[in-house]
Design a protein around this ligand. Structure first.
Ligand code: ADP
Ligand code: GLC
Length: 487
């Protein structure tokens, strides 16, 4: 399995894509499959910490009518023997950041074209006989076109199927067609109406959708939403065309990393049979954050760990957070980074309510574990959410999710039913502050309200969304893709 991705944890991570691009090959390797993972060697990667070593390999990558070169580095995926290869290129990756957010680097088309092509050339140097080319998101979608054009008859790829996984339809990689086709070494002549074109420009997402043998996205609900609603972001027609080859495969969690019984980022541990440790973690966190007299006030603690972008529903917090804080019934504990406007808003809340709104901006993996463990609830009020991982972590930690019922949140969190004691969290449908506030109120009502509180936390902790299960489902998709190819 040749995995080509723009992110892979712990080397290079912005969001959940990195977690998934690491968890799947790790599981596949353990299941006995051979993996080759190809990433850019971004300047931000800590080569000491992640033990990257230079190899002797220099790949020569056709870009249009010329060739470009990348020196190759290597590491192993932590807790695995899966090999990860990194492409070093001063021109493309020797700069700060992965995408150049918020606007994106002007040459992202060229950078990702290079990555998508270089992966094949590296596989050739290594003699890696490929069954599956697995591309993640628009960044590496061009590899699926390369598989069906330049490498179609290459002995290492002639029997390989291409699988495309959509993590986020909102980013599609639009660019100038003459430019990209030139880099790809393909003619511009038939661009209009081709598998590369959408609305007159080159669209990498569409290219992935059209050239893949099978298409997956990261939850069954999102697989429906992108076909039938505006969440398809203009790709609906192509998804309809490819409907027979499209399936939702839910993400899973690496429970070696995310497990309250042995999480290395926590000072004490707990399990479903004894949640005392969770109370200790909450008390510790509050004690560090405020005067003891304040910290001893027992209020429900609502956590959040998130990129701060429109997708994540921060607009609902802007409308309702202060109102909820003024009720004096709860506390917020938020770790996030992203849009300046949202960071400023949260920091303002933190200053105004220093003992009720605990805000931490920036990216910090250790703190993300601590927030999820210490909080009583975790809110994910997303506008849209292809899958979402933090609610899955939260469930395992007995931290009750409050989510908007969209995408993967809809598939993984079930409303608590007080009559029969089923359900794992609280949900709301409409993207409106009033609906969100009602869900928060419902949730808070059950805080330490027995026997419900005990039942809820037990139900949550019993939920299973393992990376292994997800990896097995992908293998089924891969087999399905290979059967299609043979037929
Ligand atoms: P998305 O990929 O859309 O950001 P996911 O929920 O799938 O959403 O994945 C987000 C991942 O990034 C999770 O592993 C989450 O813990 C992590 N994360 C998000 N924000 C931060 C942050 N500020 N610090 C540390 N980890 C974060
Ligand atoms: C994307 C989505 C998120 C999903 C993640 C991993 O970043 O926004 O919902 O969990 O990819 O698939």
């Amino acid at each position: 399995i040749l995995t080509i991705a723009a992110e892979c944890a712990p080397f290079a991570k912005i969001g959940g894509l990195a977690d998934v691009a690491a968890a799947l090959p790790r599981e596949w390797q353990e299941m006995g499959h051979r993996n080759l993972i190809v990433l850019p060697k971004y300047a931000d990667i800590d080569i000491q910490r992640h033990q990257l070593h230079p190899t002797e390999i220099v790949v020569s990558v056709p870009m249009g009518h010329w060739r470009e070169y990348a020196r190759v580095w290597k590491a192993v995926l932590p807790d695995s023997d899966a090999e990860v290869y990194f492409l070093e290129s001063d021109d493309y990756f020797e700069r700060k950041g992965i995408y150049g957010n918020p606007d994106g680097f002007a040459d992202n088309d060229r950078r990702f074209c290079f990555l998508s092509r270089a992966a094949f050339e590296l596989a050739i140097v290594l003699g890696f006989e490929t069954s599956i080319v697995h591309a993640h998101d628009y960044h590496t979608a061009l590899s699926l076109a390369f598989l069906k054009t330049h490498y179609r008859y290459h002995p290492l790829f002639a029997h390989a199927a291409g699988v495309y996984t959509i993590h986020n339809m909102a980013f599609q990689g639009q660019s100038d067609p003459r430019r990209v086709l030139d880099f790809m070494g393909l003619p511009f002549a038939n661009f209009r109406g081709s598998w590369f074109e959408h609305d007159g420009v080159f669209n990498m997402m569409k290219c992935g959708l059209m050239f893949a043998d099978k298409i997956t996205t990261v939850s069954p609900t999102y697989a429906e939403e992108i076909r039938w609603t505006a969440k398809g972001e203009g790709m609906q027609d192509y998804l309809h065309m490819r409907a027979a080859d499209l399936i939702g495969v839910l993400n899973g969690v690496d429970y070696h990393e995310w497990n309250p019984e042995h999480d290395t980022h926590l000072s004490t541990h707990y399990s479903p049979s004894s949640l005392d440790g969770k109370a200790v973690l909450k008390a510790e966190l509050l004690r560090d954050a405020m005067p003891a007299s304040e910290a001893s006030v027992d209020l429900p603690l609502i956590g959040m760990v998130s990129r701060l972008t429109a997708q994540k529903g921060i607009a609902l917090l802007e409308e309702s957070m202060e109102y909820l804080l003024q009720s004096g019934e709860l506390r917020f504990l938020i770790l996030g980074s992203g849009d300046r406007r949202y960071e400023n808003f949260l920091q303002r809340m933190g200053r105004r309510y220093p003992t009720r709104a605990l805000i931490r901006t920036g990216y910090n993996n250790a703190i993300s574990h601590q927030v999820i463990a210490a909080a009583d609830f975790l809110m994910v009020p997303s506008l849209f959410e292809p899958c979402g991982l933090t609610q899955l972590y939260a469930l395992k930690y007995g931290t009750i999710p409050i989510v908007r019922a969209t995408g993967g949140l809809n598939d993984t969190v079930h409303e608590y039913n007080a009559q029969n004691g089923t359900g794992t969290g609280f949900r709301f449908e409409k993207f409106q502050a009033t609906s969100f506030v009602r869900a928060v109120r419902r949730a808070v009502h059950y805080y330490k309200n027995e026997p419900h509180w005990h039942r809820l936390r037990q139900n949550a902790m019993a939920s299973e969304f393992s990376a292994r299960g997800s990896a097995e489902n992908y293998i089924r998709v891969f087999q399905w893709a290979l059967e299609k190819l043979r037929a």
